[in-house]
Design a protein around this ligand. Structure first.
Ligand code: TYC
Length: 106
């Protein structure tokens, strides 16, 4: 009769648990920063087009950034956040606005 053997008993190499544990997939906040030259309308447009906010949500976030200096446009996995930041920077450059967009871990 075939017996049951654990992997270690069969001489199969196993990794210590600490090496096999996966890092928690952290979420990243995409931040918009205030400046004196980017128009309110452009920031609202960015929030609707890139971050899929309603017009009301976009206006609320834009005004928060305008008054506080910085605000969260959205929270995403790293790759998505990076793509959004790049999209904002590309559109801002095209329209010649100095709008600053950054990301930081939550
Ligand atoms: N402060 C800008 C203005 O008065 C509006 C603005 C809001 C700019 C948010 C950037 O991230 C920003 N025209």
């Amino acid at each position: 009769m075939a017996g049951h053997f654990e992997r270690e008993e069969l001489g199969v190499a196993t990794r210590p648990k600490s090496e096999t544990k996966l890092a928690k997939p952290r979420l990243w906040k995409v931040l918009l920063h205030n400046d004196d030259y980017t128009t309110r309308d452009f920031v609202v447009e960015i929030l609707q087009r890139i971050f899929h906010k309603t017009e009301a949500e976009a206006v609320t976030i834009m005004l928060h950034v305008h008054h506080k200096g910085v605000g969260v446009a959205g929270v995403y996995p790293y790759d998505v956040a990076e793509t959004k930041v790049e999209a904002v920077r590309t559109l801002a450059r095209q329209r010649e606005f100095p709008l600053l967009c950054t990301m930081e871990p939550e």
